[in-house]
Design a protein around this ligand. Structure first.
Ligand SMILES: Cc1cc2nc3c(=O)[nH]c(=O)nc-3n(C[C@H](O)[C@H](O)[C@H](O)COP(=O)(O)O)c2cc1C
Length: 206
């Protein structure tokens, strides 16, 4: 089948206008705010996303990521939603699931701080996002939440540090969003130039 005939999971204007060929799931990953309030996510929808995260690479295979999660309707969903900044809660309440991405601060066995913990959590969340895109599920990461409130909402054990909240859901109608967020939903997808973020030879050249 020619590539043009492949069914697209996202609108053409949401696909990354990349300078080089990408896997569809990477090009089609974006951060939507419009979720379908009438199409819930099930555990069977969410577990593959957590599984994708579980199979990320990590320093010394420590796997410092931890994910507290809840489906809309679970008491824990309301608890996590209550930790989000109002600007995020305004749209994330329609998500089918909320995830609290956490990192275990210390290496196991009393070997001191794991300075790659946040890096490895980010790698796991990136894999989750690509799997979500491949499955047609929208994923939107959020730094805008109250860390201490989230720690309490998830009953996070000592040393398990909340870093990133995540909203997941089936794509919804942007008309449900307020004007400002509706506009952001349609804004061009932009990135710094590749040569700026990836100088061959480093910043000294050569
Ligand atoms: C760690 C992290 C925190 C973010 N925090 C927020 C947030 O609090 N609220 C929000 O609306 N978007 C948030 N975003 C989404 C970014 O704004 C978005 O990823 C960026 O604009 C690039 O857009 P794209 O993901 O659609 O390519 C966050 C993304 C990441 C990775």
């Amino acid at each position: 089948m020619p590539d043009d005939a492949q069914p697209r999971r996202v609108a053409a204007d949401r696909r990354a206008p990349a300078d080089h060929p990408l896997l569809d799931a990477i090009a089609e990953r974006w951060s939507p705010r419009a979720f379908d309030p009438d199409r819930p996510l099930t555990e069977a929808d969410v577990l593959p996303l957590l599984e994708a995260a579980r199979w990320a690479a990590s320093s010394s295979n420590i796997q410092p990521w931890r994910f507290a999660w809840a489906l809309r309707g679970d008491p824990a969903f309301a608890r996590l939603l209550g930790c989000l900044n109002p600007g995020n809660a305004a749209w994330a309440h329609r998500a089918g699931a909320l995830v609290l991405g956490c990192a275990v601060a210390d290496k196991p066995g009393g070997r001191g701080p794991n300075r790659h913990a946040a890096h490895d959590l980010g790698a796991a969340l990136a894999q989750m996002a690509v799997q979500a895109a491949a499955d047609g599920i929208g994923m939107h990461a959020m730094a805008g939440f109250d860390r201490e409130a989230a720690r309490a909402a998830a009953s996070a054990p000592e040393g398990v540090e909340p870093y990133t909240a995540v909203a997941l859901g089936w794509p919804g109608d942007p008309a449900l969003l307020d004007e400002d967020r509706r506009a952001r939903e349609a804004a061009p997808r932009v990135r710094l130039p590749l040569a700026e973020v990836a100088p061959r030879g480093g910043w000294g050249g050569g």
